[in-house]
Design a protein. Structure first.
Length: 664
């Protein structure tokens, strides 16, 4: 009977590997169940042949009081991080400077929890969490329930294998669905769910959680006669361990970067979460030469995908007053990395939002950044409260001018209604000078504020009188002759900007950069627009009632006409030249720009595309023909990918532009 029991165990183990690791089952579920039932029956009948590694023992059931602490034989290190191309290339350069050219192995950074498993005599004996790297917890019973992990391997000496236990996206979704139905708190993400499952004292709960694992590291690989990391992965793969299928060797770091860019998109289609790409020097002897710092290996690095959500401390709330007088509450945050940048402030939108989300000063808050939009606070982590948090009371006066803040009925926003409020003046002048408007280099918010305080800038048209304050400006601390000359030249140059830039700069309510272009292209001259009636305006595509009203109201004010006259007198251009379209591969296409472009501003790229006959829109839909993406591109790129829309990296876009220039 012992023979039959062993035969059944061997068969079931083999079918487990075929099904869970190789994704190639060779028997039906019914046949598998039949063998399993037979084995359970025999083990009950002949308890003397029981084995803790029998496939029947993988359904869990044992309940522990606590996890035993286990000292790792070899420290479980973490990895150093890089967040962009420059940092990755700098890491690679440090390596090649030290040891010459190397081969890199790039692999997915699985977002789960690190695990060390040990085999003796070809038998699975123990699974230990990473813990603090020195001491972890014995979670053998729970890890045993992961069906893709072999319980028996052909290698008979002692061997430790490391990898990541994770929860597949599908298991995570169905687990949370179940928890919702039971009114239980949902898990925030698959990693937390996997960690929570592995820390279950009742192994049948862990078994129900449908975890899985990838294996990516054999410590002291040389002891098994292996000479490269990739060889070690193939070795364990042959023994039945699941090795991630995206693992690839490269000799050039440029190609590693291409792989990272590809995986940044591809990760959305993977059935498990990855939070980056790990790059390892392949050759063990070179790994040894490079060695370790106190904390991390020097021969490996983790490139982290830009996180789109982060948790940090909300230290305070402060109000900023915009050019329209709108008073926006903002969170002052303990700086945190988010979507590729460091974020120290985020918008809280308005008073209602703070109340609805119950955000308090001193809260740990979740912040979110979608694409290129400014970061916002999406909520507090209520569990982290310790009683010291203070609810925010919206101020009744403007922090800049001290005049009352007013909240109109039906509006969520507060406004400073003082049209002489310095914050309003400074912001409207800074907006006029900003890159997408009149593009006056050297006249940013700080300078405008300084000049306003000195009394030289009170209205937009004062910009063109700055020359009369030459000596005073030059007397300012840190304002050299060169900066002054550059500023005056930028002011002079902006006078010839096309009408749409001027319109946008004026900051007419409801009229953004796009509407400004539409209006300028339609009316061609400022005077024609000033005289336009609502009836005519609403016939223009994309100009609705509200915008039309706002335009007519704006031009009906005396102050506006005075301002325009002054600008005319200063020599500011009031016309839109007729644009002739340059035929190119972009002509006639609907294009979306996303992510942060490194070599041009968003508006420069848009201008280029529009000159070449493309329509640039803000959101990806079925009508989109092409998405051009820069660094840290997020949901728009994902959507393009899901809809099967053509995508183009900034590098490829550059090549086309350069090609065109050199063809000229
Ligand atoms: S290698 C000495 N490879 O990322 C080598 N780690 O931030 C140590 N991780 O603690 C790890 N996928 O939990 C390695 N393909 C991969 C990985 C990976 C995920 C985790 C691991 C590690 C953490 C470091």
């Amino acid at each position: 009977m012992k023979e039959r029991i062993e035969e059944l165990r061997r068969l079931i183990n083999q079918y487990n590997i075929e099904y869970h690791s190789l994704d190639k089952p060779t028997v039906s579920d019914a046949e598998y169940d039949k063998l399993m039932r037979e084995l359970i029956g025999l083990e009950e009948e002949f308890p003397q042949y029981m084995d803790s590694n029998s496939p029947t023992q993988r359904v869990g059931g044992a309940i522990l009081d606590e996890f035993t602490k286990v000292q790792h034989k070899r420290k479980m290190m973490s990895l150093g991080n890089v967040f962009n191309k420059e940092e990755l290339f700098a890491w690679a350069k440090r390596i090649t400077d030290e040891v010459g050219l190397v081969e890199f192995c790039a692999e997915c950074k699985i977002d789960g929890l690190a695990m060390s498993i040990e085999y003796r005599n070809g038998q699975f004996v123990q699974a230990v969490t990473r813990g603090d790297g020195e001491v972890g917890e014995d979670v053998t019973l729970n890890v045993k329930t992961i069906k893709s992990i072999p319980m028996n391997i052909p290698y008979k000496e002692e061997v430790e294998i490391r990898g990541e236990v994770y929860m597949p996206k599908a298991s995570f979704e169905s687990l949370n669905e179940l928890r919702r139905a039971k009114d239980e708190q949902e898990f925030a993400n698959p990693r937390n769910a996997a960690a929570g499952s592995i820390r279950q004292l009742d192994s049948s709960v862990a078994a129900s959680r449908k975890l899985n694992a990838f294996w990516y590291h054999v410590p002291d690989g040389e002891t098994y006669d292996l000479s490269t990391h990739y060889e070690s992965l193939m070795w364990i793969k042959d023994m039945g361990f699941v090795v991630n299928e995206n693992t690839t060797l490269f000799t050039r770091i440029e190609d590693v970067w291409d792989f990272i860019e590809r995986m940044t998109i591809e990760r959305n289609n993977l059935p498990y979460e990855i939070d980056g790409i790990v790059i390892k020097v392949n050759d063990f002897s070179i790994q040894d030469r490079l060695g370790y710092t106190v904390k991390v290996p020097k021969w490996a690095i983790a490139y982290k995908f830009p996180a789109e959500e982060a948790v940090t401390l909300l230290e305070d709330i402060f109000i900023t007053v915009g050019r329209t007088g709108k008073a926006t509450p903002n969170a002052k945050l303990t700086p945190v990395r988010l979507a590729g940048t460091t974020v120290a402030a985020a918008t809280l939108h308005n008073e209602d939002m703070i109340l609805q989300k119950d955000v308090r000063i001193g809260d740990m808050v979740i912040i979110h950044k979608a694409g290129d939009i400014i970061p916002e606070v999406i909520g507090s982590v209520v569990e982290k409260r310790d009683g010291s948090q203070i609810p925010y009371i919206f101020p009744t006066t403007c922090p800049d001018c001290g005049m009352p803040l007013h909240r109109f009925t039906d509006e969520a926003a507060h406004y400073c209604v003082n049209s002489n409020c310095p914050a309003r003046i400074v912001n409207s002048i800074a907006h006029f000078a900003s890159r997408d408007a009149m593009n006056i280099d050297g006249l940013g918010e700080k300078k405008v504020e300084q000049f306003h305080k000195a009394g030289w800038l009170n209205k937009v048209d004062d910009i063109f009188k700055l020359e009369s304050h030459r000596d005073d400006i030059l007397a300012l601390d840190k304002f050299g002759l060169k900066s002054y000359d550059n500023l005056i030249e930028a002011v002079e140059n902006c006078k010839s900007n096309p009408l749409d830039k001027l319109l946008f700069g004026l900051g007419i309510r409801q009229v953004g950069a796009k509407a400004s272009r539409i209006l300028a292209n339609h009316f061609k001259t400022m005077d024609a627009l000033i005289n336009a009636k609502v009836e005519e305006l609403v016939t223009i595509d994309d100009i609705g009632d509200i915008t039309a009203d706002a335009i007519v109201t704006y031009f009906s004010e005396d102050a506006t006409i005075r301002l325009i006259d002054n600008l005319k007198d200063s020599g500011v251009n009031m016309n839109q030249g007729s644009d002739t379209v340059i035929e190119s591969c972009f002509t006639g296409k609907v294009i979306v720009l996303t992510g942060s472009l490194q070599r041009f501003s968003r508006s420069e790229a848009q201008e280029y595309l529009e000159k070449h006959g493309a329509t640039v829109t803000g959101s990806v839909s079925k009508k989109t023909d092409l998405v051009i993406y820069g660094e840290a591109a997020g949901s728009k790129l994902e959507k393009a990918n899901t809809l099967g829309i053509e995508i183009m990296s900034e590098d490829e876009f550059m090549k086309i532009i350069e090609g065109e220039v050199s063809n000229d």
